[in-house]
Design a protein around this ligand. Structure first.
Ligand code: CA
Ligand code: CA
Length: 140
């Protein structure tokens, strides 16, 4: 199974993430780190991810996102994009966007307070949709 691992870090200690790392995994093995071309394609995704405020102090890597798509009907287009927000090996919280009828629009959004502002609301759902769409464009 392939997933993209996203790590945000607050290296300058200003209380907000200032550094993003992207790593491409397959079957829990690192395939490659993002190239400059990848980083350009991931620009919008990264900006949305920073709004989730799920980051590490310094150069820590405990907190990260693993995002992946699933296509159980094997029809060539993903049905579900899943987001696992990790604290080390443990999933701290999850979200998912599902395209039930394969028209490219997500009908079902499962989300909690993904941006960690203390409220689970439409903004969280819109962040999940944005991350899912931007992730699919990267094609991993
Ligand atoms: Ca749909
Ligand atoms: Ca929220």
């Amino acid at each position: 199974m392939r997933y993209l691992k996203v790590i945000a870090q607050d290296r300058s200690g200003q209380g907000a993430a200032d550094t993003l790392q992207f790593e491409f995994y397959e079957d829990d093995r690192l395939q490659r780190k993002a190239t400059e071309a990848d980083r350009q394609r991931l620009n919008a995704f990264g900006n949305t991810y920073l709004k989730c405020a799920w980051f590490n102090g310094g150069d820590g890597e405990e907190r990260h996102l693993r995002i992946f798509s699933q296509n159980p009907s094997a029809d060539g287009t993903p049905e579900t994009v899943r987001l696992h927000f990790h604290e080390g090996p443990v999933i701290a919280y999850k979200a998912a966007a599902r395209d039930l009828d394969n028209d490219g629009v997500f009908e079902l959004i499962l989300s909690t307070d993904v941006d960690n502002d203390g409220r689970a609301n439409r903004t969280d759902r819109s962040r999940v949709v944005a991350l899912a769409k931007q992730f699919l464009k990267v094609g991993w």
